[in-house]
Design a protein around this ligand. Structure first.
Ligand SMILES: [Fe+2]
Ligand SMILES: [Fe+2]
Length: 296
């Protein structure tokens, strides 16, 4: 199951001390507008010598170097068969939680807590129940790490492959190391695609977004599927890049992707939700929309 990773060293497979380091870096880039004024840690963000910043930079170097068009085709062919595992939904959360961080276990919440905090924040604001379920499931694709995938093929900002890179993608200078950079067919504004073809026809860099979208695609409304599929596509939903590939449907769905993003980024809280109390609601919610088992 662990795919062709033999060519990578352990440090190249796991450049981050924890997956959270990527999310912390995204939070630095897009701080919560409601907490900026009072945020005491603003000074820390300016510390460019932080060791965490170095690991995140190395993470993006690897991501931008190795996520080629061909790499994405291989991962899609392998993982979208969903022939690796099958388990009940609640067991899948336990499986996901095997992703443990090397960093401080006292301050980091596990994956399930992040999912639950996201879904609870959505529920508190009175959004439809399917969106609460999106919050609960949105990072399930991170189980790719447990199948042996390098961190840079699981998390990180996503971007279209087979088309000219946008400088709105974080650390765009690293794309020069990608073999696709020297393929003229890929380096035009529409690349292997056509003007206005719609994102559904575009291959994104491989990661947890596309994987969980494919897992959920028969079970959630279209708006929810966009939230899952593009939640890490910051160059689009935060920076407005890649407009040449969009169709009217993407432009219509963008507001839903934008609606979801703050719940993912800004719901983190050191206090874990009271799972005992919440459990009946979530058991009903999962049973309403999802089949009894999930395929991986
Ligand atoms: Fe995510
Ligand atoms: Fe998340």
């Amino acid at each position: 199951m662990a795919t062709q990773n033999s060519s990578f060293t352990a440090k190249e497979i796991n450049p981050l001390n924890s997956l959270d380091e990527w999310e912390d870096a995204v939070l630095e880039r897009y701080p919560d507008p409601e907490s900026i004024a009072t945020d005491k840690s603003t000074e820390e963000y300016r510390n460019y010598d932080s060791p965490q910043r170095d690991t995140v930079k190395e993470f993006y170097r690897l991501n931008h170097t190795h996520q080629t068009y061909e790499f994405v085709q291989q991962k899609r062919a392998d993982y979208l068969k969903f022939d690796k595992k099958e388990m009940p939904v609640w067991q899948a959360f336990d499986f996901l939680n095997q992703l443990v961080d090397d960093s401080d276990p006292d301050t980091d919440l596990d994956q399930f807590q992040h999912l639950l905090q996201t879904s609870e924040a959505i529920r508190r604001d009175g959004h439809p129940d399917w969106m609460v379920l999106v919050g609960l499931m949105h990072d399930m694709g991170k189980v790719l790490c447990l199948f042996g995938e390098p961190q840079w093929a699981v998390v990180g900002d996503t971007f279209p492959v087979g088309v000219q890179y946008s400088d709105k993608v974080v650390y765009p200078e690293f794309f020069k190391n990608n073999p696709d950079y020297n393929n003229p067919e890929y380096q035009t504004p529409t690349g292997v695609y056509s003007e206005g073809c719609g994102l559904r026809n575009v291959n994104m860099s491989w990661g947890h977004d596309e994987y969980v979208y494919q897992m959920m695609k028969d079970h959630l409304p279209e708006q929810g599927l966009y939230m899952l599929r593009y939640h890490s596509f910051y160059a689009w939903h935060r920076e407005g890049a890649y407009s040449q590939l969009l169709d009217d449907h993407d432009r219509e769905m963008l507001r839903w992707v934008k609606l979801f993003n703050p719940y993912d980024l800004y719901s983190k809280n050191p206090t874990p939700p009271d799972w005992k109390q919440l459990r009946p609601y979530y058991e009903d919610l999962v049973a309403k929309y999802l089949p009894s088992t999930l395929k991986f």
